[in-house]
Design a protein around this ligand. Structure first.
Ligand SMILES: Nc1nc2c(ncn2[C@@H]2O[C@H](COP(=O)(O)OP(=O)(O)OP(=O)(O)O)[C@@H](O)[C@H]2O)c(=O)[nH]1
Ligand SMILES: [Mg+2]
Ligand SMILES: [Zn+2]
Length: 301
Protein backbone atom coordinates (compact mmCIF):
# COMPACT_ATOMS: atom_id res chain seq x y z
CA UNK A 1 0.00 0.00 0.00
CA UNK A 2 0.99 3.62 -0.40
CA UNK A 3 0.67 6.50 2.06
CA UNK A 4 1.66 10.13 2.54
CA UNK A 5 3.55 11.15 5.69
CA UNK A 6 1.72 13.76 7.74
CA UNK A 7 3.86 13.92 10.83
CA UNK A 8 7.00 12.33 12.18
CA UNK A 9 7.63 11.79 15.86
CA UNK A 10 10.93 10.18 16.83
CA UNK A 11 11.02 7.08 14.70
CA UNK A 12 7.34 6.74 14.06
CA UNK A 13 5.32 8.35 11.32
CA UNK A 14 1.68 9.25 11.02
CA UNK A 15 0.55 8.73 7.47
CA UNK A 16 -2.60 8.73 5.40
CA UNK A 17 -3.06 5.81 3.06
CA UNK A 18 -4.32 6.25 -0.47
CA UNK A 19 -7.78 5.16 0.62
CA UNK A 20 -7.87 7.85 3.33
CA UNK A 21 -7.04 5.85 6.51
CA UNK A 22 -4.54 6.99 9.13
CA UNK A 23 -1.69 4.63 10.01
CA UNK A 24 1.22 4.77 12.42
CA UNK A 25 4.24 3.55 10.49
CA UNK A 26 7.76 2.57 11.38
CA UNK A 27 10.72 1.86 9.17
CA UNK A 28 11.21 -1.79 8.35
CA UNK A 29 14.56 -3.02 9.66
CA UNK A 30 15.33 0.46 11.03
CA UNK A 31 16.99 1.78 7.87
CA UNK A 32 15.65 2.63 4.47
CA UNK A 33 17.67 2.37 1.28
CA UNK A 34 18.30 6.12 1.06
CA UNK A 35 21.60 7.97 0.59
CA UNK A 36 23.85 8.14 3.65
CA UNK A 37 24.22 11.92 3.42
CA UNK A 38 20.58 12.42 4.33
CA UNK A 39 19.89 13.56 7.88
CA UNK A 40 16.35 12.22 7.94
CA UNK A 41 15.18 9.46 5.61
CA UNK A 42 11.59 10.62 5.65
CA UNK A 43 10.06 14.09 5.68
CA UNK A 44 6.50 15.30 5.98
CA UNK A 45 4.94 15.06 2.54
CA UNK A 46 6.95 12.00 1.55
CA UNK A 47 5.10 9.21 -0.17
CA UNK A 48 6.00 5.73 0.97
CA UNK A 49 5.17 2.09 0.30
CA UNK A 50 4.27 0.13 3.39
CA UNK A 51 3.08 -3.23 4.61
CA UNK A 52 0.10 -3.04 6.96
CA UNK A 53 0.21 -5.21 10.13
CA UNK A 54 -3.20 -4.19 11.31
CA UNK A 55 -5.77 -1.59 10.35
CA UNK A 56 -3.65 1.04 12.15
CA UNK A 57 -0.01 0.06 11.97
CA UNK A 58 2.54 -0.86 9.40
CA UNK A 59 6.13 -0.90 8.21
CA UNK A 60 7.61 1.40 5.60
CA UNK A 61 9.52 -0.48 2.92
CA UNK A 62 10.39 2.29 0.50
CA UNK A 63 10.36 6.04 0.04
CA UNK A 64 8.99 6.95 -3.36
CA UNK A 65 10.68 9.44 -5.64
CA UNK A 66 10.19 13.05 -4.57
CA UNK A 67 8.63 15.62 -6.88
CA UNK A 68 9.75 18.60 -4.83
CA UNK A 69 11.76 19.34 -1.70
CA UNK A 70 12.77 21.96 0.78
CA UNK A 71 16.25 20.85 1.83
CA UNK A 72 19.07 22.54 3.69
CA UNK A 73 22.66 21.57 4.44
CA UNK A 74 23.35 21.09 8.15
CA UNK A 75 26.90 22.32 8.55
CA UNK A 76 27.52 20.77 11.98
CA UNK A 77 26.83 17.23 10.83
CA UNK A 78 27.52 17.64 7.09
CA UNK A 79 24.16 16.14 6.18
CA UNK A 80 21.18 17.31 4.14
CA UNK A 81 17.95 17.83 6.02
CA UNK A 82 14.72 17.71 4.06
CA UNK A 83 12.03 19.64 5.90
CA UNK A 84 9.13 19.08 3.51
CA UNK A 85 8.61 17.06 0.35
CA UNK A 86 6.19 16.77 -2.55
CA UNK A 87 4.47 20.10 -1.98
CA UNK A 88 3.00 21.84 -5.02
CA UNK A 89 4.19 25.19 -3.73
CA UNK A 90 6.02 26.85 -0.86
CA UNK A 91 4.79 29.90 0.98
CA UNK A 92 7.83 31.73 2.33
CA UNK A 93 6.46 33.65 5.29
CA UNK A 94 8.11 36.82 6.52
CA UNK A 95 6.90 39.45 8.95
CA UNK A 96 7.49 43.15 9.46
CA UNK A 97 8.87 44.78 12.63
CA UNK A 98 8.57 41.79 14.93
CA UNK A 99 10.65 39.99 13.73
CA UNK A 100 11.74 42.49 11.09
CA UNK A 101 11.47 41.85 7.39
CA UNK A 102 14.37 39.72 6.24
CA UNK A 103 14.76 39.56 2.46
CA UNK A 104 18.04 37.64 2.63
CA UNK A 105 16.21 34.79 4.35
CA UNK A 106 13.73 34.76 1.48
CA UNK A 107 16.58 34.47 -1.04
CA UNK A 108 18.11 31.55 0.82
CA UNK A 109 14.78 29.77 1.15
CA UNK A 110 14.19 30.15 -2.60
CA UNK A 111 17.60 28.61 -3.28
CA UNK A 112 16.74 25.66 -1.01
CA UNK A 113 13.46 24.84 -2.76
CA UNK A 114 13.25 22.57 -5.76
CA UNK A 115 10.45 21.43 -8.01
CA UNK A 116 7.74 23.71 -6.71
CA UNK A 117 6.31 27.17 -7.15
CA UNK A 118 7.27 29.90 -4.66
CA UNK A 119 4.90 32.46 -3.13
CA UNK A 120 6.04 35.07 -0.62
CA UNK A 121 3.77 36.20 2.22
CA UNK A 122 4.43 39.25 4.36
CA UNK A 123 2.54 38.77 7.62
CA UNK A 124 1.81 41.30 10.41
CA UNK A 125 0.88 44.07 7.97
CA UNK A 126 -1.19 45.45 10.87
CA UNK A 127 2.15 46.64 12.34
CA UNK A 128 2.62 48.93 9.35
CA UNK A 129 4.67 48.59 6.20
CA UNK A 130 7.14 51.33 5.33
CA UNK A 131 10.72 50.76 4.23
CA UNK A 132 9.82 47.14 3.39
CA UNK A 133 7.71 48.40 0.51
CA UNK A 134 10.71 48.76 -1.80
CA UNK A 135 11.71 45.14 -1.28
CA UNK A 136 8.14 44.03 -1.83
CA UNK A 137 8.09 45.88 -5.17
CA UNK A 138 11.46 44.38 -6.04
CA UNK A 139 10.26 40.79 -5.56
CA UNK A 140 7.18 41.58 -7.64
CA UNK A 141 9.36 42.99 -10.40
CA UNK A 142 11.46 39.82 -10.32
CA UNK A 143 8.28 37.84 -11.02
CA UNK A 144 7.44 36.49 -7.57
CA UNK A 145 3.90 36.47 -6.29
CA UNK A 146 3.84 38.33 -2.99
CA UNK A 147 0.84 38.77 -0.67
CA UNK A 148 0.40 40.97 2.40
CA UNK A 149 -1.53 39.39 5.25
CA UNK A 150 -2.29 39.74 8.92
CA UNK A 151 -3.17 36.68 10.96
CA UNK A 152 -4.09 38.75 13.98
CA UNK A 153 -6.62 40.80 12.01
CA UNK A 154 -7.96 37.77 10.17
CA UNK A 155 -6.78 39.30 6.92
CA UNK A 156 -5.89 36.39 4.65
CA UNK A 157 -8.33 36.91 1.80
CA UNK A 158 -5.56 37.39 -0.77
CA UNK A 159 -3.93 34.14 0.32
CA UNK A 160 -6.84 31.68 0.50
CA UNK A 161 -7.47 31.44 -3.28
CA UNK A 162 -3.79 30.64 -3.81
CA UNK A 163 -3.97 27.69 -1.42
CA UNK A 164 -7.07 25.97 -2.73
CA UNK A 165 -6.50 22.61 -4.37
CA UNK A 166 -2.79 22.70 -3.53
CA UNK A 167 -0.33 21.29 -1.01
CA UNK A 168 1.61 24.26 0.38
CA UNK A 169 4.62 24.18 2.72
CA UNK A 170 4.78 27.23 5.03
CA UNK A 171 8.42 28.14 5.53
CA UNK A 172 10.07 30.94 7.47
CA UNK A 173 11.98 32.11 10.52
CA UNK A 174 10.56 31.54 13.99
CA UNK A 175 7.93 34.02 15.16
CA UNK A 176 6.75 35.33 11.80
CA UNK A 177 3.30 33.80 12.34
CA UNK A 178 3.26 30.62 10.26
CA UNK A 179 1.21 28.64 12.78
CA UNK A 180 -1.04 31.65 13.45
CA UNK A 181 -1.85 31.73 9.74
CA UNK A 182 -2.39 27.97 9.61
CA UNK A 183 -4.74 28.11 12.61
CA UNK A 184 -6.72 30.93 11.04
CA UNK A 185 -6.99 29.24 7.65
CA UNK A 186 -7.73 25.67 8.78
CA UNK A 187 -9.30 26.20 12.22
CA UNK A 188 -6.54 24.06 13.76
CA UNK A 189 -5.27 24.70 17.23
CA UNK A 190 -1.50 24.63 17.16
CA UNK A 191 0.68 26.27 19.71
CA UNK A 192 1.59 29.89 19.03
CA UNK A 193 4.71 31.43 20.59
CA UNK A 194 5.69 34.92 21.50
CA UNK A 195 8.47 37.00 19.99
CA UNK A 196 11.26 37.68 22.48
CA UNK A 197 11.67 41.35 23.44
CA UNK A 198 15.39 40.99 23.77
CA UNK A 199 16.23 39.44 20.40
CA UNK A 200 13.12 40.30 18.39
CA UNK A 201 12.96 36.65 17.32
CA UNK A 202 10.50 33.84 17.81
CA UNK A 203 11.07 31.08 20.34
CA UNK A 204 10.86 28.05 18.06
CA UNK A 205 7.37 27.11 19.12
CA UNK A 206 6.60 24.60 16.39
CA UNK A 207 9.16 21.84 16.76
CA UNK A 208 8.29 19.44 13.99
CA UNK A 209 6.65 19.70 10.60
CA UNK A 210 2.99 18.79 10.43
CA UNK A 211 0.44 18.36 7.65
CA UNK A 212 -2.92 20.03 8.26
CA UNK A 213 -5.95 19.92 5.95
CA UNK A 214 -9.21 21.75 5.71
CA UNK A 215 -11.51 21.08 2.76
CA UNK A 216 -9.36 21.43 -0.33
CA UNK A 217 -6.49 23.23 1.40
CA UNK A 218 -3.46 21.20 2.49
CA UNK A 219 -0.68 22.89 4.43
CA UNK A 220 2.62 21.63 5.80
CA UNK A 221 3.51 23.85 8.76
CA UNK A 222 7.22 23.73 9.50
CA UNK A 223 9.40 24.78 12.44
CA UNK A 224 11.02 28.20 12.23
CA UNK A 225 14.58 28.05 10.99
CA UNK A 226 17.48 30.46 11.26
CA UNK A 227 20.31 28.91 9.36
CA UNK A 228 19.70 27.92 5.86
CA UNK A 229 22.14 26.93 3.17
CA UNK A 230 21.11 25.05 0.02
CA UNK A 231 22.97 21.78 -0.57
CA UNK A 232 24.46 22.74 -3.94
CA UNK A 233 27.51 20.79 -4.99
CA UNK A 234 28.07 22.87 -8.08
CA UNK A 235 28.38 26.56 -7.23
CA UNK A 236 27.22 27.69 -10.64
CA UNK A 237 23.75 26.38 -9.81
CA UNK A 238 23.28 29.07 -7.20
CA UNK A 239 22.50 31.76 -9.75
CA UNK A 240 19.59 29.65 -11.04
CA UNK A 241 17.66 30.91 -8.00
CA UNK A 242 18.31 34.55 -8.91
CA UNK A 243 16.41 35.45 -12.08
CA UNK A 244 18.34 38.72 -12.46
CA UNK A 245 21.72 36.92 -12.24
CA UNK A 246 20.82 33.79 -14.15
CA UNK A 247 20.40 35.40 -17.54
CA UNK A 248 23.30 37.84 -17.60
CA UNK A 249 25.55 36.93 -20.54
CA UNK A 250 29.03 37.43 -19.14
CA UNK A 251 32.17 36.43 -21.05
CA UNK A 252 32.09 32.93 -19.51
CA UNK A 253 28.83 31.04 -19.29
CA UNK A 254 29.88 29.51 -15.97
CA UNK A 255 30.61 32.97 -14.51
CA UNK A 256 29.84 33.07 -10.79
CA UNK A 257 29.63 36.89 -10.97
CA UNK A 258 32.38 37.11 -8.40
CA UNK A 259 35.08 39.27 -9.95
CA UNK A 260 35.73 37.17 -13.06
CA UNK A 261 37.07 38.89 -16.20
CA UNK A 262 34.25 40.03 -18.43
CA UNK A 263 31.59 39.78 -15.72
CA UNK A 264 28.76 42.18 -16.52
CA UNK A 265 27.09 42.11 -13.11
CA UNK A 266 29.03 44.86 -11.27
CA UNK A 267 28.06 47.48 -13.86
CA UNK A 268 24.40 46.42 -13.57
CA UNK A 269 24.60 46.79 -9.80
CA UNK A 270 26.19 50.18 -10.32
CA UNK A 271 23.41 51.42 -12.60
CA UNK A 272 20.75 49.99 -10.29
CA UNK A 273 19.31 47.40 -12.67
CA UNK A 274 20.40 44.66 -10.24
CA UNK A 275 19.55 45.22 -6.58
CA UNK A 276 22.64 45.61 -4.45
CA UNK A 277 21.14 43.87 -1.42
CA UNK A 278 20.20 40.80 -3.44
CA UNK A 279 23.63 40.70 -5.09
CA UNK A 280 25.55 40.98 -1.84
CA UNK A 281 23.28 38.33 -0.31
CA UNK A 282 24.08 36.13 -3.30
CA UNK A 283 27.81 36.62 -2.74
CA UNK A 284 27.53 35.86 0.98
CA UNK A 285 25.68 32.66 0.17
CA UNK A 286 28.27 31.82 -2.51
CA UNK A 287 31.13 32.23 0.01
CA UNK A 288 29.26 30.18 2.61
CA UNK A 289 28.83 27.47 0.01
CA UNK A 290 32.48 27.66 -1.07
CA UNK A 291 33.58 27.04 2.49
CA UNK A 292 31.57 23.82 2.77
CA UNK A 293 30.92 22.62 -0.76
CA UNK A 294 33.54 19.87 -0.60
CA UNK A 295 31.41 18.33 2.14
CA UNK A 296 28.12 18.64 0.28
CA UNK A 297 26.72 15.71 -1.62
CA UNK A 298 23.65 16.86 -3.35
CA UNK A 299 20.48 14.85 -3.21
CA UNK A 300 18.60 14.21 -6.37
CA UNK A 301 15.42 16.12 -5.77
N1 LIG B 1 0.85 41.85 15.24
C1 LIG B 1 0.73 40.63 14.75
N2 LIG B 1 1.19 39.57 15.45
C2 LIG B 1 1.07 38.35 14.91
C3 LIG B 1 0.46 38.13 13.65
N3 LIG B 1 0.52 36.80 13.35
C4 LIG B 1 1.12 36.21 14.40
N4 LIG B 1 1.45 37.12 15.34
C5 LIG B 1 2.12 36.86 16.63
O1 LIG B 1 3.46 36.42 16.33
C6 LIG B 1 3.89 35.50 17.35
C7 LIG B 1 4.46 34.26 16.70
O2 LIG B 1 3.43 33.53 16.05
P1 LIG B 1 3.55 31.98 15.63
O3 LIG B 1 2.35 31.68 14.79
O4 LIG B 1 3.81 31.11 16.79
O5 LIG B 1 4.87 32.02 14.71
P2 LIG B 1 5.56 30.81 13.92
O6 LIG B 1 6.07 31.38 12.63
O7 LIG B 1 4.66 29.63 13.82
O8 LIG B 1 6.82 30.49 14.85
P3 LIG B 1 7.63 29.08 15.06
O9 LIG B 1 6.65 28.00 15.27
O10 LIG B 1 8.50 29.34 16.23
O11 LIG B 1 8.42 28.90 13.78
C8 LIG B 1 2.68 35.27 18.26
O12 LIG B 1 2.81 36.11 19.38
C9 LIG B 1 1.51 35.70 17.40
O13 LIG B 1 0.42 36.14 18.16
C10 LIG B 1 -0.03 39.28 12.94
O14 LIG B 1 -0.58 39.21 11.84
N5 LIG B 1 0.15 40.49 13.54
MG1 LIG C 1 4.84 27.67 14.44
ZN1 LIG D 1 29.30 37.35 -14.35
Amino acid sequence: MKATIRRSINNSYEAMSQDGRMFTLRIKGKTLPVPKWEYNPIAVGDEVSFIAHSDREGLITERLERRSTFTRFLNKVSLNQTIAANMDQALIVSSVKSPSFHPRFIDRAIASLHGCKVIIAVNKRDLGIDYERDDIELYKALGYQIVLVSASEGDVSSLIPLLKGKVTAFIGPSGVGKSSLVNLITGSNQRIGEVSDKYNRGKHTTNHALWISKDDIDIIDTPGIREILPPLEDLVELKESFPELRDVRCRYSDCLHDGEDGCLVPSKVEDGSIDEGRYSGYLTMLYDLKSVHSRIIRNKW
